[in-house]
Design a protein around this ligand. Structure first.
Ligand SMILES: C[S@@+](CC[C@H](N)C(=O)[O-])C[C@H]1O[C@@H](n2cnc3c(N)ncnc32)[C@H](O)[C@@H]1O
Length: 305
């Protein structure tokens, strides 16, 4: 793994540590903690408890394992806000202040999303599909369509764009979210028997997408489509999304420079830029889009090039 650019460390504002959940994971946890420049915590040896899983690697939430809860409470007492919990299955991010609400993780395939996630198709009337214009293309055109997801987060939109058949370069600047994404990428690659996943998706993280986009601007292979979804102000949504947003926000802070990211996207995209905005909010940086596609709680502002 490439070392994290020290400048990008500004993008994890919370006090954070890496927590392995078994002896076999200690070396990987130490390596990750060194990359992120954060402490690594001692492995907990699960005590035998009655009435509940004593496995600290089991994900909490309703029915939280007592051992995992103890682990989170100990971290909170040590002044930590967040733990990157390394389990045999995946890397998870969890708030020490909200042990009951459970962890989050990245998922690039929709198979491990922790809840049902729709697979979009080009015939889908989904607002994201309509905003990208992919519903008007043949399968061959979609396969040749180069997309950049400039704000990958936990990978939901990247997964949607891949499932529509496009080539995607996914960028994420938070080193913490990038670690979750690299873990999700490794899981998806390991499960992919056909090799199509790694042909379709290139993960570039951590990187400031502004730099990544400006480097590609004007090149023959500049992306056709750039997707921009910076952090939005908190809003009402399902409990899981609220939790996701709270945790991602705790890990990355706000995106006060989103205007500059949009400028880079507009300079780089050959055909269109799609910006996800909360419904009812003004366009990003006051830039009036070519058109807008309304969803239930979000709006996609489309800038045609
Ligand atoms: C609202 S989340 C994106 C959610 C994502 N669209 C999804 O479907 O899961 C915003 C993410 O964009 C990232 N981000 C914001 N500005 C960025 C930039 N200039 N370069 C790369 N990533 C950026 C943040 O770190 C955060 O993880």
């Amino acid at each position: 793994m490439a070392p994290v650019d020290p400048a990008s460390r500004a993008w994890h504002p919370s006090r954070l540590a890496v927590q392995p959940t078994g002896e076999a994971l200690c070396a990987a946890a130490r390596e990750l903690a060194a990359d992120l420049g954060v402490p690594v915590r001692r492995t907990l040896v699960a005590p035998a408890t009655a009435g509940g899983s004593a496995d600290p690697s089991s994900s909490p939430g309703p029915g939280t394992s007592p051992t995992r809860r103890a682990l989170l409470e100990a971290a909170r007492d040590d002044g930590l806000d967040l733990l990157l919990v390394l389990t045999p299955r995946r890397l998870e991010l969890q708030s020490t202040a909200e042990p009951i609400s459970g962890p989050i993780w990245a998922d690039l395939t929709g198979d491990d999303a922790g809840g049902p996630r729709r697979r979009l198709s080009a015939r889908d009337p989904d607002p994201l599909v309509r905003a990208t214009g992919l519903h008007r293309m043949s399968a061959a055109e979609r396969r040749a369509w180069r997309c950049v997801d400039a704000t990958t987060g936990l990978g939901r939109d990247t997964h949607h764009i891949i499932s529509l058949g496009c080539q995607v370069v996914s960028m994420e600047r938070s080193p913490v979210i990038a670690a979750l994404l690299r873990d999700a990428y490794a899981r998806a690659e390991a499960a992919d028997e056909t090799g199509t996943f790694s042909q379709r998706l290139t993960l570039v993280a951590p990187v400031d997408a502004r730099d990544g986009l400006l480097r590609r601007a004007g090149a023959d292979d500049a992306p056709h489509l750039v997707l921009v979804d910076p952090m939005h102000p908190p809003r009402r949504k399902s409990a899981r999304v609220r939790k996701e947003l709270r945790l991602v926000r705790a890990a990355v802070g706000d995106d006060p420079d989103a205007k500059h990211l949009l400028e880079a996207a507009l300079a780089c995209a050959q055909r269109r830029v799609v910006v996800k905005r909360p419904a009812g909010s003004p366009p990003l940086a006051g830039l009036v889009p070519s058109r807008a596609v309304e969803g239930r709680s979000v709006r996609y502002d489309v800038y045609l090039r």
